[in-house]
Design a protein around this ligand. Structure first.
Ligand code: PEP
Ligand code: MG
Length: 571
């Protein structure tokens, strides 16, 4: 059995046979090129057929998923008249030596690259439409068929085109697992509209022997057609050729999930407030700007943790101010007044980037990490702070520093913030001063939380690190068995202390580590007085349901508050 993971783009649990759709062959076909006139006339016939296919798809989409989604295919149909596409294909054929199919693919690639290079995410997504339309022409010209599903299956693919998604018989699609994909791609939007479980960025296997092995970025994924798959996109996990135990567990989880989901969807628009009147803001964690779609879908009341380091990973140089500004401002404006807490850079330990040129460390979790890097590489920190301050003028944005251990670090970070503010003011740039909080994720910060609370606007507890540093259990080590205990009494004691000290000083306290989603602890967190719990987007409504059903009395209510988690009125 191979166990993989990915990101949830549509929540659900399913099990079935895999149909692995390989990316359409976009290398030049082995078709012999006929005369220019013949190729031009093949193209005209293919355009005509494509128009007929698209008319059918527009109608199917309209009936099955609504006018708004059908418009995607209306755009595809218009593209068949677009001179940038069709005339370019004709010109390429006229230059001779190339078939209409190959010319379609070449022009598709060329035009798609133009859109992909644009900064605007919406325009970027249009490149998928261009590839879809030109791929359709090439398929028709090569006499290929569209995918027909003869039985119910889970679709595994590198990525999907919107037309592929809609053309398939929806009643036979159990789920999607994609190696690539984004939350905002049409395929993701369509999957959500059709309510089909979808995992994107899945680490599909290159090999299934033994426990299997995930394909590296440059490696081909094994053809998985015919294998079975069990997937729980809520948790972002999937199993290929799962054993009976996993399947039985999944079936139970699926029934429970479906009943719960219906109940929980009815909670959208309602606040997280317990039966005893304690207000818990039910927020969501995100790693990438496009995760916001999932936050809104699940009615997150805010974003309690935006892991900004994901903008820095997987590249050769750090993102510049503009790039970061756009990402933060977009999240802020999409959240439309709801609070967005951006965590400043938390690189180090298991999250490494080469371009920081950090020395190899024997104990990276105890080394140059997070705020320590920012206070050392001040230019990098300032670039991020400038982007955050500017984005704060565009949305309800707050920020917090990770891995704080003592006041001195907070003072240093705030001094740099003051410099950034002055610089922006001098430059006449538009900005706003965000609320500044800290993550409490080291025992040192928890112990000093009374003192720290006097200098910041809020606390957010990172229980993943707080546990690792308190119990000396490496969060990456899967072999620690019972020695690693998420409910370790020392960690729970610290959690109580942190909330008490926050409220004694009039600031709110939240939890954004994985423990926030633990159903066994919601009551305890209410008792301790936590004001905000931030969980993965798919888990927000389940959390809200537990909060709203809780009869636990809060023993540490925030009175005399200095700061608030409520939306700021100015936005
Ligand atoms: C944590 O430590 O609990 C946390 C939320 O931060 P991360 O998991 O990104 O270290
Ligand atoms: Mg952490």
């Amino acid at each position: 059995m191979y166990q993989g993971k990915g990101r949830c783009a549509c929540a659900g649990i399913t099990y079935g046979k895999i149909l692995h759709i390989k990316t359409p062959d976009i290398t030049p076909a082995a078709l012999t090129c006929q005369s220019v006139d013949q190729e031009l006339s093949h193209l005209d016939i293919a355009i005509n057929k494509a128009q007929i296919e698209l008319d059918g798809l527009i109608e199917k989409a309209r009936v099955e998923i609504g006018q708004e989604q059908a418009e995607i295919f209306e755009i595809h149909r218009m593209m068949l008249d677009d001179p940038d596409i069709v005339d370019n294909i004709r010109d390429m054929i006229k230059q001779g030596g190339i078939s209409a199919a190959d010319a379609s693919i070449a022009v598709g690639k060329e035009q798609a690259a133009i859109f992909e290079a644009l900064d605007d995410d919406y325009m970027k997504e249009r490149s998928a439409d261009i590839k879809d339309v030109t791929g359709r022409l090439a398929r028709i010209l090569r006499g290929g068929e569209t995918v027909t599903l003869s039985e119910s299956c889970v679709i595994v693919a590198d990525d999907l085109q919107p037309s592929q998604t809609v053309a398939m018989d929806r009643s036979k699609i159990l789920g999607f697992v994609l190696r690539k994909g984004t939350q905002n791609s049409h395929a993701s939007i369509l999957a959500r509209t059709m309510n089909i479980p979808l995992i994107i960025n899945a680490n599909l296997p290159a090999d299934l022997t033994g426990q299997g092995r995930a394909a590296t970025e440059s490696e081909e994924v094994l053809d998985l057609s015919g294998h079975t798959i069990a997937l729980n996109s809520v948790k972002g996990v999937f199993y290929i050729d799962p054993d009976e135990e996993i399947v039985d567990k999944l079936k139970i989880d699926k029934d429970i999930f479906e009943q719960q989901r219906l109940r929980q969807l009815a909670l959208r628009g309602l606040p997280g407030i317990s039966k005893t009147g304690h207000r818990v803001h039910t927020f969501a964690n995100i790693g990438q700007p496009d995760d916001v779609e999932q936050v809104l879908e699940n009615d997150g009341e805010g974003i309690g943790l935006f892991r900004s380091e994901f903008l820095y990973l997987g590249r050769n140089d750090p993102p510049n101010e503009e790039e970061q500004y756009r990402a933060y401002a977009k999240v802020g404006s999409t959240m439309n007044g709801r609070l967005v807490i951006i965590r400043t850079l938390d690189i180090g330990a298991d999250k490494k980037v080469d371009y920081f040129n950090l020395p190899v460390e024997e104990n990276p979790a105890l080394g140059m990490r997070a705020l320590r890097i920012c206070l050392t590489k001040v230019d990098i920190f300032k670039t991020q702070l400038r982007a955050i301050y500017r984005a704060a003028a565009r949305g309800n944005i707050a920020m917090m520093f990770p891995m704080v251990t003592r006041l001195k670090e907070v003072e240093q970070a705030k001094a740099i913030c003051a410099q950034v503010e002055q610089e922006l003011k001098d430059e006449g740039k538009e900005y706003a001063v965000p609320k500044i909080g800290i993550m409490i994720e080291t025992p040192a910060a928890a112990i000093l939380s009374d003192q720290l609370a006097k200098h910041v606007d809020f606390f957010s507890v990172g229980t993943n690190d707080l546990n690792q540093y308190t119990t000396a259990c490496d969060r990456q080590n899967q072999d620690l068995g019972d020695f690693y205990d998420p409910h370790h009494e020392a960690v729970l004691e610290l959690l109580r202390l942190i909330a008490k000290n926050a409220h004694a000083n009039g600031i709110p306290a939240g939890i954004c580590g994985e423990l926030a989603a633990d159903p066994e602890l919601t009551d305890l967190f209410i008792e301790m007085g936590y004001d905000e719990l931030s969980v993965s987007p798919g888990a927000v409504l389940a959390l809200r349901e537990r909060v709203r059903n809780s009869e636990t009395k809060c023993l540490n209510e925030l009175t005399n508050s200095r700061t608030s988690l409520e939306p700021q009125k100015k936005f």
